[in-house]
Design a protein around this ligand. Structure first.
Ligand code: AMP
Length: 180
């Protein structure tokens, strides 16, 4: 592992059997509360996008808001929240996405991005990739150019990276953990 990956892996707390038996929940609140690790994570997330004139960073509710907001500030871009259905007050577009069991729906404001906007998608973790896939489809429905999708954590055994790459989206992750 690189120095940064080691620092970040150490700063992330593992909660076993949460929210159900067999799952290891990767808790980034310990990373967010560690000033040096938080700074390093955000610096590393934005590094390749500096100078690319990114219009918007889109963050997935809820942890993607924290990382994506910090990224947008650093890139001098806007920030777009992608939320669970029923939370946004203005007119929305909606997309179904797959969860481990069943589906759910996510929404964006219809005027949150303009056709041709260069957008970076951000979340804390990619597992099966179902959530991020729904977000990419939603952004593209409004005509956005999804330049890249970035995550602090990858769970490579669950295949999310391949799912996004099959859609033609570049995927960047900072640290990988085995298992679910
Ligand atoms: P997926 O759609 O399967 O890629 O799941 C990704 C979403 O679920 C992200 O918003 C994550 O925050 C959350 N998530 C999935 N698995 C975990 C895990 N093991 N630890 C923490 N968050 C997770």
């Amino acid at each position: 592992m690189s120095d940064i990956a080691t620092t970040l892996a150490t700063a992330i707390r593992a909660i076993h059997d949460y929210p159900k038996p067999g799952i290891i929940f990767r808790d980034i609140t310990t990373l967010l509360g560690n000033a040096g690790a938080f700074r390093q994570a955000v610096d590393e997330l934005v590094r390749p996008y500096n100078g690319l004139a990114i219009d918007q960073v889109a963050g997935i509710e809820a942890r993607g808001f924290i990382l994506g907001g910090a990224m947008a500030h650093q890139l001098s871009s806007g920030f777009v929240p992608i939320r669970k259905k029923g939370k946004l007050p203005h007119q929305t577009v909606r997309m179904a996405y797959s969860l481990e069991y069943g589906t759910d729906e996510m929404e964006m404001h219809v005027d949150a991005v303009r056709p041709g906007d260069k957008v970076i998608l951000c979340d804390d973790l990619i597992a099966t990739g179902g959530t991020a896939e729904g977000a990419v489809k939603l952004l593209r429905q409004l005509g956005a150019d999804v330049v890249s999708a970035c995550f602090v954590i990858d769970l490579p055994e669950l295949g999310g990276r391949q799912k996004l790459e099959a859609l033609g989206v570049e995927v960047r992750t900072l640290v990988s953990f085995e298992g679910h």
